[in-house]
Design a binder for this molecule. Structure first.
Ligand code: PLP
Length: 379
C-alpha cells in the first residue's frame, strides 16, 4: 500500500469493534485479565497497551514504514524518553547544532546532572562528527527551525552504523509525507505529533517509531516515567493521520508558491525555504526529501518595524507560534521560539530580530498569494 492508502487503512481493525468503521475511544482504564496472562499483556493506559493505544501505534508504524511505534504525551516526552532509554551515566551523545529549543535546553541543562556527556556537531560537516569510546547515539533534525537547513542525513545514518551508534532524528518539520527516516536507515524517528501529524492545532502529542526491539525499550522507559497519551488525544491524532498526505502535500505546494513569490519581490531581503534553488541545501534536499515542507522564513528590507507592519497588514495568517496546522501562522522567532537564546547566538545562526517565520496552511493558494501581495503593496 502507498502512503495515502496506509494513512486511511493502516492499523485499522477489520471488522472494527461492534462493526464500527471508525475505531472508537476505549476510555476505561481497567480490563479483565485471563488466567496466566503475563504482566506485559495487561491493558492499562500508562503501559500503552489499551486497544485505543495499540490501534494508534499500528497506524503510526504503518505510516513510518517501521516495525513498531509508540505515542507519547508530547513531542518533548518523545525525545526525553528516547534519551533516557539510550543513555546511562557516563555515556556520550552527539547532537546537531540546531535543535528545537526544548530539546536544546534539555540536553544542555540536564545532561550534566544525569551524568551524560554531549558534543555539538554540524550535520553538514562529517569532520565535526567526533565519536568517543562512550558515544552511544546521535540526534539530529530533518529540517531545522527557522533557517530550514537540511543536514547530510544519509551520511549521519552511515556514520552511526559504522560506529555502532543509535541514530535518532526529529522529523517534525518534514513529517513522514516528505521523509521516512526509518526507511532511510535511522534507528529511531520521533515527531512532535502536535504539529503536522495531528495538523489541527488541537492536540499535544508525540510519536516514536523504529525497530520492534528499540521501540519496546522506549515504551518500557515511558511506562516508568508515565508519559503515555490519553485516549481522547489519541483518537483525534489517529483521525488526523488519515488526512496527513492530503494536508501536507497542499502545505508543500502552498509554501513553495509563497516562497517563490516572496523571493521575487524587491521589498524582501531574503527567503529561506529548501525548495528554492537559492537555498544552500536545495540540491541535497531534492535528493533526500519527497517534498520541501510547509515552513519558510524571510526578511523584509526595512528591519523589525517593517516586519511588524507587514505581519499586521496580513489578514489570513494568525500571529502565533507553533506550526503544522491547517491554518497559516506567522511569527518572529526572535520573540517566540528562539527568545531564550542570546541575541548574539541568534544572529550567529541567522535569526535576526526581523526574521519572520511562516507555517503555511492548506488555504487556497490564490487567497494566500493575494493576501501577501496586498500586504507587500502597503510597505
Ligand atoms: N521538536 C520540534 C521540531 C518542535 O517544533 C517541537 C515543538 O514545537 C517539539 C519537538 C516539542 O514538541 P511538543 O511541543 O509536542 O512537546
Amino acid at each position: 500500500m502507498r502512503f495515502d492508502t496506509l494513512a486511511v487503512h493502516g492499523g485499522e481493525r477489520v471488522p472494527g469493534p461492534e462493526g464500527s468503521v471508525v475505531f472508537p475511544i476505549f476510555q476505561g482504564t481497567v480490563f479483565t485479565s485471563e488466567p496466566g496472562e503475563s504482566y506485559h499483556d495487561i491493558k492499562y493506559h500508562r503501559l500503552n497497551s489499551t486497544p485505543s493505544q495499540t490501534y494508534l501505534h499500528d497506524k503510526l508504524a504503518a505510516l513510518e514504514g517501521a516495525q513498531a511505534a509508540v505515542a507519547t504525551s508530547s513531542g518533548m516526552a518523545a525525545v526525553t524518553t528516547i534519551l533516557h532509554t539510550l543513555l546511562g551515566k557516563g555515556d556520550h551523545l552527539l547532537v546537531g547544532d540546531v535543535l528545537y529549543g526544548g530539546t536544546h535546553d534539555f540536553v544542555t541543562g540536564h545532561a550534566e546532572r544525569l551524568g551524560w556527556e554531549y558534543t555539538v556537531i554540524d550535520p553538514h560537516d562529517p569532520s565535526s562528527w567526533a565519536v568517543r569510546d562512550n558515544t552511544k547515539a546521535v540526534l539530529v533534525e530533518t529540517i531545522t527551525n527557522p533557517m530550514m537547513r537540511v543536514g547530510r542525513l544519509r551520511e549521519v545514518v552511515a556514520f552511526a552504523r559504522e560506529h555502532g551508534l543509535v541514530s535518532v532524528v526529529d522529523n517534525t518539520f518534514a513529517s513522514p509525507v516528505n521523509f521516512r527516516p526509518v526507511v532511510a536507515g535511522f534507528d529511531l524517528v520521533f515527531n512532535s505529533a502536535t504539529k503536522y501529524l495531528n495538523g489541527h492545532s488541537d492536540v499535544v502529542a508525540g510519536a516514536v517509531a523504529g525497530s520492534a526491539e528499540l521501540v519496546e525499550k522506549v515504551r518500557h522507559t515511558q511506562n516508568l516515567y508515565g508519559g503515555s497519551l490519553d485516549p481522547h488525544a489519541g483518537y483525534l491524532l489517529a483521525r488526523s493521520l488519515k488526512t496527513l498526505g492530503v494536508r501536507v502535500r497542499q502545505q508543500n505546494a502552498n509554501a513553495l508558491a509563497l516562497a517563490t513569490f516572496l523571493a521575487e519581490s524587491p521589498k524582501i531581503a531574503g527567503v529561506n525555504h529548501p525548495g528554492l534553488a537559492t537555498h544552500p541545501d536545495h540540491e541535497h534536499a531534492r535528493e533526500l526529501l519527497s517534498g520541501f515542507g510547509g515552513m519558510l522564513s524571510f526578511r523584509l528590507a526595512g528591519g523589525v518595524a517593517a516586519a511588524e507592519e507587514f505581519m499586521a497588514a496580513l489578514t489570513l495568517p494568525a500571529v502565533a507560534p507553533s506550526l503544522g496546522g491547517v491554518e497559516t501562522l506567522i511569527t518572529r522567532p526572535a520573540v517566540t521560539s528562539h527568545a531564550g537564546m542570546s541575541p548574539e547566538d541568534r544572529v550567529a545562526v541567522g535569526i535576526t530580530d526581523d526574521l519572520i517565520r511562516l507555517s503555511v496552511g492548506i488555504e487556497d493558494v490564490e487567497d494566500l498569494l493575494g493576501d501577501f501581495a496586498q500586504a507587500l503593496d502597503k510597505m
